[in-house]
Design a protein around this ligand. Structure first.
Ligand SMILES: O=P(O)(O)O[C@H]1O[C@H](CO)[C@@H](O)[C@H]1O
Ligand SMILES: O=c1cc[nH]c(=O)[nH]1
Length: 232
């Protein structure tokens, strides 16, 4: 048991899928896993372990933002020996060419969070995906005939920016989309020398104003999950 996860040792798999939304974790477990056990209800941040095609796999909600995912990643790695951390999140598109429901594989994460500037005393650290997981995700998507985009994403500390148009600066530098956790996940994984990857489904577009519903963000996005489940 750790501070935020009540699982016993051995109840969490080496590979864990990490949606921000705990109800998306429940949907993934109920839709895809067999022999499912709920191992965490602390703060309603649900965690489940089951099997997928015979392999043990877990899915754990992380909450929103770098501080929240950093807590869950730290405890999963240090208290439960997790080796592969795969975020399955939603994101807002920054590019006209990236449409609702497209899947983005985050090669790297820029950020508005100050945590790494403090950690590295003003220097820049580049949070990047694990190459092995990245390569396997691309191969899996190709084999399934699912088109994915790959590139730099923005991990933002705020969902509601003061200046809506400020996204255009990132867009001009080729950043594909915005979400709120990947730079934290990649940094904590690097610190502990384990593997991390973020798969993101576009839930809304800052370019066109289109949006999916709350229900869709919770209970759909199946292609991204089907890629992630093969990475264990
Ligand atoms: O859908 P999730 O995985 O939570 O991801 C995105 O959605 C939340 C904001 O609505 C933030 O956590 C952002 O990163
Ligand atoms: O963090 C997020 C997630 C989805 N859409 C956004 O605009 N921001």
């Amino acid at each position: 048991m750790s501070i935020h996860i009540e699982a016993k040792k051995g109840e969490i798999a080496e590979t864990v899928l990490l949606p921000g939304d705990p109800l998306r974790a429940q949907w993934i477990a109920e839709t895809y896993l067999e022999d499912v056990q709920c191992y965490n209800r602390v703060r309603n941040m649900f965690g489940f372990t089951g099997t997928y095609k015979g392999k043990k796999i877990s899915v754990q909600g992380t909450g929103m933002g770098v501080p929240s995912i950093s807590i869950y990643a730290h405890e999963l790695i240090n208290d439960y020996n997790v080796k592969n951390l795969i975020r399955v999140g939603s994101a807002g598109s920054y590019q006209k060419s990236i449409k609702l429901r497209d899947i983005v594989v985050a090669m790297a994460a820029s950020s508005t969070s100050g945590i790494n500037q403090a950690r590295f005393e003003g220097a820049d650290f580049a949070p990047t995906a694990n190459f092995g997981l990245f390569q396997k995700a691309i191969e899996t998507a190709n084999a399934k005939g699912i088109e994915v985009k790959a590139g730099n994403v923005l991990t933002s500390d705020e969902f509601y920016a003061d200046e809506f148009e400020s996204y255009q600066k990132w867009s001009k530098f080729g950043v594909l989309c915005v979400e709120m956790e990947t730079s934290g996940l990649y940094t904590i994984a690097a610190k502990h020398q384990v593997n991390a990857l973020s798969l993101l489904t576009i839930s809304d577009s800052l370019v066109t104003g289109e949006k999916t519903t709350t229900e869709e963000r919770q209970n759909t996005f199946s292609e991204m999950v089907e890629i992630a489940l093969e990475l264990g």
